[in-house]
Design a protein around this ligand. Structure first.
Ligand code: KG4
Ligand code: ZN
Length: 342
């Protein structure tokens, strides 16, 4: 029997709704919020107000584009956390209201689980190889940096994670210091493509196991710029591309070194990357190169599935719904979802 899921995502600054039928994507509508650019970061209060404005037209458009009515939906999947509480509240309340008025069941989704399972979204007329279990995921976003072993659509084991900043945060903070605006990742990525990644060196952390740390490398950049600007006031503008290329190289080296170690230790040679930073061109190239060199099978997401989107929430909701998960109308959003079972 066919199964149709409406997914709703509102954890940060993108309002998105998607419809999935039997793993196939029928629609994936997104409204990004430009309002934060002027502030150099997401302003939570503005984000929830924008979600409130966007959510109804976005859900409506997702249903229309998919050619389905609310009556055709089997369940409503929504992001319960982690994320900004005010943002999550809009999606959660909307999903609950929709469930109450239509009688359709609710399925809560962990946003991180969604990022990881985005590789399982199928599209008509597109051949795509899906990961087979178990595989390792490098989950890299503005809020998280983790290596996760995925044993099934519903079983996740975090092998390591950042003990301070996320890698996306390091990109964004670096961009802020360089005066490049928000979000910084895409800008640094573009400028780095024109620069020399070996020109400058930044301190790499020494952390045991598969954990990450990105606060030291950020401080290393800050001190470096402070010292150089003292000697040469125009240093940043004159060397922007090389600074971006060298800093990005350091961030990516740190990510890949731990992933290589995790593959060696676990013997799992199938790897995937997901989350906003998986849009980074150097990371994508490095994963492809390491895979070719080391005989890994790698999964690199399409750009539209790297940043926050509801397709990943709908596909996760689909697997959970089939496995019998249901969420009550009393579910409240959680800003920090402790584990992937939530
Ligand atoms: O997954 P995401 O959309 O939101 C979170 O769940 O955090 O990730 C957003 C992060 C931001 O830090 C942004 O700078 C980063 O992803 N990002 C990139 C690139 N595109 C987005 N970082 C590096 N290179 C990119 N091309
Ligand atoms: Zn995300």
């Amino acid at each position: 029997m066919s199964c149709t899921i409406l997914g709703i995502e509102s954890s940060c600054d993108d309002t998105s709704a998607a419809v999935i039928r039997d793993e196939y994507l029928l629609s994936n509508i997104m409204a990004s919020q430009k309002v934060h650019e002027a502030y150099g970061g997401v302003v939570p209060e503005l984000a929830s107000r924008a979600h409130q404005q966007n959510i109804l037209p976005v859900v409506d458009q997702a249903l229309k584009t998919a050619g389905v009515s609310l009556g055709d939906i089997d369940a409503i999947a929504f992001t319960r956390g982690p994320g900004l509480l005010g943002s999550l509240l809009v999606g959660t309340s909307f999903a609950k209201g929709l469930s109450l008025s239509t009688g359709k069941p609710l399925v809560e989704v962990n946003h991180l689980q969604g990022h990881i399972l985005s590789h399982f979204v199928k599209e008509h007329d597109k051949e795509k190889k899906q990961p087979s279990f178990p595989f390792l995921t490098l989950l890299v976003s503005g809020g998280h940096t983790q290596i996760v072993r995925v044993d099934s659509h519903l079983e996740f084991h975090v092998l390591g994670q950042t003990i301070d900043d996320a890698v996306g945060e390091a990109f964004d903070k670096c961009a802020k210091v360089l005066g490049l605006g928000y979000p910084g990742g895409p800008v640094i990525d573009r400028l780095a493509g024109e620069g020399n990644p070996k020109r400058f060196r930044f301190a790499k952390p020494r952390i045991q196991g598969y954990d990450y740390s990105y606060s030291g490398v950020k401080t290393s950049l800050l001190y470096f710029l402070r010292d150089m600007v003292k000697e040469e006031p125009d240093f940043i503008a004159a060397n922007m591309n090389d600074i971006c290329a060298s800093f990005q190289r350091t961030l990516i080296d740190i990510l890949v070194d731990k992933l290589v170690k995790a593959v060696k230790d676990t013997g799992i040679r199938e790897v995937a990357i997901s989350g906003g930073v998986s849009a980074n061109s150097e990371l994508r190239q490095r994963i492809a190169d390491e895979s070719a060199r080391r005989g890994w099978i790698c999964h690199i997401p399409e750009f539209k599935f790297t940043t926050d989107n509801a397709a990943m929430i709908a596909i996760t909701g689909y697997y959970k719904y089939l496995a019998g998960f249901r969420t009550g109308l009393d579910a409240a959003p959680v800003s920090r979802a402790a584990n992937y079972g939530e």
